[in-house]
Write a protein that binds this ligand. Structure first.
Ligand SMILES: Nc1ncnc2c1ncn2[C@@H]1O[C@H](COP(=O)(O)OP(=O)(O)O)[C@@H](O)[C@H]1O
Ligand SMILES: Cc1cn([C@H]2C[C@H](O)[C@@H](COP(=O)(O)O)O2)c(=O)[nH]c1=O
Length: 215
């Protein structure tokens, strides 16, 4: 049965890498994918991973009908055996419905990749719709870690290393941006306390650091 799968996790946990691996494994077996993305850091029409891999993709615009785009592609002699949608948190809820329709009406597997919540821990509308509609939600196996060593579960936005809690929901950016607006993944405890690596290291040593085993 074709499926709509939502692969989710924090920033920097390997979502785009997995998207590229799925694409590689299928394309080397002669299958052809339709790859959608939106606002990838590498630029328009790109799906990129921090491991250095990049592939071309169709840049999704506001109001673009993803179901209509596929039907048009197929009716003009194009081929698509499966669909990948990266940075799916940036898609509108209607576009997620269109992805579900690709599964149900065209019988295509659709693999969507994205972060679930924003820097204020609020759901992105596209991710909310994916949680509502997906056949499966898969949390990535590779754990991103908070500076304290615990599993990172939340995304913080930072300016000069300090966490901020106000601003637009969408600001394209990256982790490890020391000076500019950037992002850092944190465990919930340190997200709640607004403790980034920079602010924690500026503070006296505290029990917030996980104990290290001497074994
Ligand atoms: N130099 C490196 N060596 C090994 N793995 C790396 C390196 N740089 C990044 N990675 C891996 O790539 C992951 C980020 O992959 P990426 O697909 O860009 O993440 P996402 O799309 O979830 O933001 C990191 O969690 C890490 O596992
Ligand atoms: C938390 C958060 C993130 N973003 C942006 C920052 C990046 O451009 C992407 C996430 O990309 P990744 O491949 O998962 O690292 O989302 C944002 O716009 N708003 C936020 O709150």
């Amino acid at each position: 049965m074709p499926e709509l799968v939502f692969f989710s996790g924090t920033m920097d946990c390997g979502k785009s890498t997995l998207a590229l691996q799925i694409e590689h494994n299928r394309s080397t077996r002669g299958l052809q994918g339709m790859i959608f993305t939106r606002d990838d850091r590498a630029g328009e029409g790109k799906l990129s991973s921090r491991l250095g891999l990049v592939t071309d993709a169709v840049e999704v615009a506001d109001g673009m009908d993803l179901y209509g785009y596929l039907v048009d592609h197929l009716s003009h002699g194009g081929r698509a055996d499966y669909v990948i949608a990266d940075e799916a948190q940036f898609l509108a809820p209607e576009q997620i419905d269109q992805l579900a329709r690709l599964v149900d009406d065209l019988g295509l597997d659709v693999y969507a990749f994205g972060i679930t919540t924003d820097f204020r821990t609020k759901l992105f509308p596209g991710s909310q719709r994916l949680v509502e509609l997906a056949d499966r939600v898969e949390v990535l196996q590779v754990e991103a870690l908070c500076w304290c060593g615990a599993r990172a579960t939340h995304n913080a936005r930072t300016i000069g290393g300090e966490m901020v809690v106000e601003g637009a929901q969408v600001v394209v950016g990256d982790v490890n941006q020391a000076d500019a607006v950037g992002y850092e993944v944190l465990c919930r405890r340190h997200h709640r306390r607004r403790m980034t690596a920079a602010s924690a290291h500026a503070a006296p040593l505290s029990p917030d650091v996980l104990p290290m085993s001497s074994a």
